[in-house]
Design a protein around this ligand. Structure first.
Ligand SMILES: [Zn+2]
Length: 344
């Protein structure tokens, strides 16, 4: 029957060919004759592989292989580098072979929802035109730092995985508008969230977040889903603390960081000859009160942000956002609304 459909499509010079829900266990090789088709639907069958003959489909831009029995991405796909949209949801895929990913440089959409993928290889960076990546309901425990190379990404769905942390390179995705991270094991989001200035929808519901990262309130979100986390509660702690003694390393680092602000100064020029020291100083922070830089010693506080009042969102919900202070001296100043985080 499938062969008759191929003959009919050939006669009609069809641009699209549909073999979905045909109870097929394999694709008839005659499909390889449809060299002019742009779209091929093979979803809702029982396919375990694709015939290598399909490499003749050199105009194919969209391929739907959803809801089949594939255990790996068929290797013939690496020859179909005109593909822009690839649907592989609802299969039994456990890994993404690097050599196949390298042929996907024109993909704008990759849907791998409902598979068993545990790792994204570093070669994911080959997908440099990707705008939508969907990995809902897989087994991912972490993301590679190379995710930061996917600069055109607009929507990423990583909900229902096992992620316990994210690389800060995720904030290099400056076009990202929608990020779904619900039902993972995240205990925190990395610092630097201000890199996602185009983010409008963030779903972090069902994780273990205690607070949001520094400057979270500066994002222009339309929607934030954050139910089911373990946010710190708004409880006062003793506000006057003894003044701490900073280490010589910390004192020197703070002095160098202040001096380094002058781009023409001796310290700034000297640092270029000491890459090890520059690297050590790279993770500096700035006190939210006195605005002075510090290296590793800080006091972690939270402020409570009202989503409606402070972020112009529709819900009046209050969420904790991390604030870093340089010292108890700053914390003890009056006039701020930062709360110390009591360690329980
Ligand atoms: Zn300070």
């Amino acid at each position: 029957m499938a062969n008759n459909l191929v003959i009919r499509a050939l006669k009609a010079n069809s641009k699209s060919f549909n073999l979905s829900s045909k109870k097929m266990t394999e694709v008839p090789k005659s499909v390889a004759r449809l060299t002019n088709i742009l779209t091929l639907h093979l979803n809702n069958n029982s396919l375990t592989s694709l015939p290598v003959e399909l490499q003749t489909l050199r105009n194919l831009t969209e391929l739907n292989l959803g809801n089949n029995s594939l255990e790996e991405i068929p290797s013939v796909l690496r020859y179909l580098n005109t593909l822009k949209k690839l649907y592989l949801f609802g299969n039994h895929i456990t890994r993404l072979p690097p050599e196949v990913l390298e042929g996907f440089d024109n993909l704008t959409l990759l849907n791998l929802n409902h598979n068993h993928i545990t790792v994204l290889p570093p070669e994911i960076k080959s997908l440099s035109n990707l705008e939508t990546l969907s990995l809902l309901d897989n087994q991912l425990e972490e993301l590679p730092v190379e995710i930061g190379f996917l600069k055109k990404m607009v929507e990423m769905n990583l909900s229902n995985n096992k992620l316990s942390r994210l690389p800060k390179q995720i904030y290099s995705l400056s076009q990202l508008a929608r990020l779904y991270l619900a039902r993972n094991n995240l205990t925190e989001l990395p610092e630097g969230v201000i890199g996602l200035m185009k983010l409008r929808v963030l779903d972090v519901a069902g994780n273990r977040l205690s607070m949001f990262p520094v400057d979270f309130q500066l994002l222009t979100l339309n929607e934030l889903l954050c139910e089911g986390n373990t946010f710190v509660k708004n409880k006062l702690m003793e506000s006057v603390q003894a003044v701490e003694v900073l280490s010589l390393k910390e004192l020197s680092a703070r002095r160098i960081l202040v001096e380094d602000k002058s781009r023409l100064g001796v310290v700034h020029r000297a640092l270029s000859y000491h890459p090890g020291l520059s690297l050590l100083l790279a993770d500096w922070g700035r006190c939210s009160l006195c605005l002075q830089p510090f290296l590793t010693t800080w006091l972690e506080c939270v402020r409570f942000i009202n989503l409606r009042k402070d972020m112009k969102m529709s819900r009046p919900q209050t969420v904790p956002v991390r604030v870093l202070l340089c010292s108890y001296k700053c914390f003890n100043k009056s006039g701020h609304s930062y709360y110390g985080v009591a360690s329980v």
